[in-house]
Ligand binder design. Structure first.
Ligand code: ZN
Length: 155
């Protein structure tokens, strides 16, 4: 067998019939999470506070506390806002060369508004993404995680 041939699958089937996971639509979960809705039922609210994900969906009971969005929302918000604000500032500077106070008056509020406005939707989409792919604690076959009330990583 050469290096590029696929080895026959002789490993025991760890995802047998009793372990199969139901497919979850990724884009639906992303959209529902972006809108702050439960990725499972689209009825319950995902957030119990601005950036605090509810432990369970209040409508369908889907467990949400074991997401691991961590700092990914901030990363993606910086990426998106940077790609909006920096080219905009450069274009305005090249076209109009306004005074610096006008740059500050334009871009600082826009940056702040976009960052605050996008944080919750982006976090919701990331939680929906993790949910759709059974990542981290969303995988029922993963090692059982601790009680959410004692989990220091819970947000
Ligand atoms: Zn739900």
């Amino acid at each position: 067998m050469s290096w590029h041939e696929q080895a026959p699958d002789t490993a025991p089937d760890r995802d047998g019939p009793d372990r199969a996971l139901r497919g979850r639509p990724l884009w639906t979960a992303l959209r529902r999470g972006f809108l702050g809705r439960c990725p499972n039922c689209n009825r319950g609210r995902m957030f119990r506070a601005f950036l605090k994900v509810a432990d369970h969906c209040p409508a369908c009971g889907e467990v949400l506390h074991h997401h691991r969005a961590d700092d990914a929302p901030a990363y993606f918000v910086i990426l998106i806002v940077g790609h909006i604000v920096v080219p905009s500032a450069l274009i305005v500077e090249v076209l109009y060369a306004p005074p610096y106070w006008l740059h500050a008056a334009l871009w600082l509020p826009l940056t702040l508004g976009l960052a605050i406005g996008l944080l919750q939707p982006i976090k919701g989409a990331i939680v929906g993404w993790q949910w759709a792919n059974y990542m981290h604690g969303f995988d029922p076959h993963a090692e059982a995680e601790g009680d959410p009330s004692t989990d220091p990583m819970r947000q």
